[in-house]
Design a protein around this ligand. Structure first.
Ligand code: PLP
Length: 321
């Protein structure tokens, strides 16, 4: 590491030996001052995040301490809600809690095979506080993308088995309806759903051709004109859903790009009441079935060009059919 970055590396024979014996020594042998954080990161990775440097010790509650500029910032961000308790909450700073956390952090057993009292205590606590009686099982993964992917896999499995039970001899049920401008992560199945305003994030990766419908999000402040407009877009979105459900009845109900795109009824417009009743008999076609551009879709009478709005960004205005 270059000295010009003020990073202190003691890369001597002695420190190399020390690191080999005690790998955790590596973490403390490199020192970076707050004014050099962005410069150091930028050498190895895309570093286009916020320009402040978060001080983990001095930040407190809703205040983030910026050690690069020595100032306090009021936190309206909460790291996309990954830190809902705020910084340095007294409840997580007790010696008992930090000791427990450290013990868990120092080890990484494969908990699918090997169990600990810590794991059982966590699962029991989670069950008591976060589970509902009608959903009695858990499956843990780390991160939103994997959460969505595993929900999709469970849905595919359920749907295909249901269709086998109905007499189908081949796998039926591969489609996932989703909204324009949605964000569900960038991995495997979720790449097929994620389509934010920045196409570079997903453009050249393989994706399934799953049905995508207009996102009838509310624009604020909600006045009479905007209300009229959103109602018209809801009607169009529902028409698109009806067509998609008639062909591919399987829904991905979560939709919020980092919580920004709210609909009038929560995340979704009021769905057609028969959306779940498509059934195997109405499931025609596989993952690649689409009418040619510009043609009319049987039964709906909506020109395909209108069903497939351009996906240029979050503020597309669309007239109802
Ligand atoms: C609805 C939704 N799904 C999935 C994700 C992806 O989560 P992660 O980045 O933890 O994989 C996000 C992240 O913002 C999200 O908002």
């Amino acid at each position: 590491m270059k000295q010009s970055l003020s990073t202190e590396t003691r890369d001597t024979k002695a420190t190399r030996k020390e690191r080999a014996v005690n790998p955790t020594a590596t973490a403390t042998s490199v020192k970076v001052t707050p004014d050099k954080v962005h410069e150091v990161l930028g050498k190895y990775m895309l570093a286009d995040g916020f320009e402040f440097v978060l001080d983990l010790d001095k930040s407190e509650g809703v205040y983030l301490y910026d050690s690069r500029h020595n100032r306090k910032l009021l936190d309206f961000f909460s790291f996309f809600a990954t830190n809902p308790l705020g910084m340095n909450h007294p409840g997580i700073k007790t010696p008992e809690f930090t000791a427990r956390l450290l013990r868990a952090a120092l080890h990484n057993p494969s908990n699918s095979d090997v169990y600990t009292t810590e794991m059982a205590e966590f699962v029991e606590t989670f069950a008591q506080h976060a589970m509902r009686p009608h959903l009695p099982h858990v499956f843990y993964v780390a991160g939103g993308t994997l959460g969505v992917e595993n929900a999709l896999k469970a849905a595919f499995d359920w749907k295909v088995r249901k269709n086998f039970a109905r007499g189908y001899r081949e796998e039926r049920g591969p489609q996932v309806l989703h909204f324009e401008q949605s964000f569900h992560g960038r991995s495997g199945y979720t790449l097929s759903l994620t389509n934010t305003a920045e196409p570079k994030k997903t453009a050249l990766f393989p994706k399934f051709d799953w049905p995508r419908v207009l996102n009838p999000k509310v624009e604020f402040p909600l006045n009479d004109e905007r209300l009229k407009d959103v109602k018209a877009r809801e009607a169009l979105s529902i028409a698109q859903m009806k067509r998609a459900f008639a062909e591919n009845p399987c829904l991905e109900p979560a939709q919020l790009h980092l919580g920004r795109h709210a609909g009038r009824h929560g995340s979704l417009p009021a769905l057609p009441r028969d959306h779940g009743r498509g059934g195997a008999g109405r499931e025609r076609g596989g993952a690649r079935r689409r009418a040619p551009g510009g043609t009319r879709i049987a039964g709906e009478g909506i020109p395909r060009a209108r069903l497939e709005r351009p996906r240029e960004g979050p503020h597309v205005r669309v007239r109802s059919p």
